[in-house]
Design a protein around this ligand. Structure first.
Ligand code: ADP
Ligand code: AMP
Length: 216
């Protein structure tokens, strides 16, 4: 059973790799960012509370995201494992996860330079209806501006604007990067080179998990 954490800076490819590993292992990919964006879209009380943090590139308060994850991990589809994408992002979140009694198998840290991240986030496009993710250059949709999966319009995330990206990177280095030491001390951290094609990175990630590859 795999209880995995996809770790790395915003735009490192965590969501992309989480979806690939999710298919490969048949376990859910759980993205706190996606859950927060859905709550904002639906104007739920949590969404309304989170909106200003997310759109300015800050982290949503720990107690809010910890609550979301605690509830999500009790759902039935998590009983054979799960992949966390974007959680934990602070030491208190990692401590809260440990106190939920879940045993983490591995934390895969995708190493990508700040320069490549800016490049990835500036080209990221998101389906306005089904949240499928694209990149104008590296993962383009078949028809420009339209989702391959459902045909809806592709949009640019508000927090992928250049000024917000800079602030998200600062937040990452200040608040999230210290988790590498936290998980390294627990012998759970595996570092994977996150540069190169999506396929190259998948191969490295799955190899780091000890999976023998035939046709990924
Ligand atoms: P994260 O979940 O870490 O924020 P994403 O998976 O959304 O990152 O990836 C950010 C952007 O970079 C997306 O537009 C995605 O299509 C693109 N991308 C992901 N992995 C790669 C890669 N290995 N090479 C080039 N672009 C990539
Ligand atoms: P992501 O889709 O992972 O890039 O997350 C988008 C935004 O959602 C982040 O910039 C934060 O504002 C918020 N968010 C997602 N996950 C967390 C988390 N674990 N802790 C705090 N804020 C989060």
């Amino acid at each position: 059973m795999y209880n995995l954490i996809m770790f790395g800076p915003p735009g490192a490819g965590k969501g992309t790799q989480a979806k690939i590993i999710s298919k490969q292992f048949g376990i859910p990919a759980i993205s706190t960012g996606e859950m927060i964006r859905a709550a904002i879209k639906a104007s739920t009380p949590m969404g309304l509370a989170a909106k200003s943090y997310t759109e300015s590139g800050s982290l949503v308060p720990d107690e809010v995201v910890i609550g979301i994850i605690k509830e999500r991990l009790t759902e039935d589809d998590c009983k054979n494992g799960f992949i966390l994408d974007g959680f934990p992002r602070t030491i208190p979140q990692a401590e809260a996860l440990a106190s939920m009694g879940v045993e983490i198998t591995k934390v895969i840290s995708f190493e990508v330079s700040d320069k490549a991240i800016v490049d990835r986030m500036s080209g990221r496009r998101l389906c306005s209806a089904c949240s499928a993710s694209y990149h104008t250059v590296y993962a383009p949709s078949a028809e420009e501006g339209k989702c391959d999966a459902c045909g809806s319009e592709l949009i640019i995330r508000k927090d992928d604007r250049k000024d917000v990206v800079e602030s998200r990177l600062l937040t990452y280095h200040r608040e999230t990067e210290p988790l590498k030491e936290f998980y390294s001390k627990l012998n759970l951290l595996v570092v994977v080179d996150g540069e190169g094609t999506v396929e190259d990175v998948s191969k490295r990630a799955l190899e780091a998990l000890g999976v023998v590859l035939h046709n990924v």
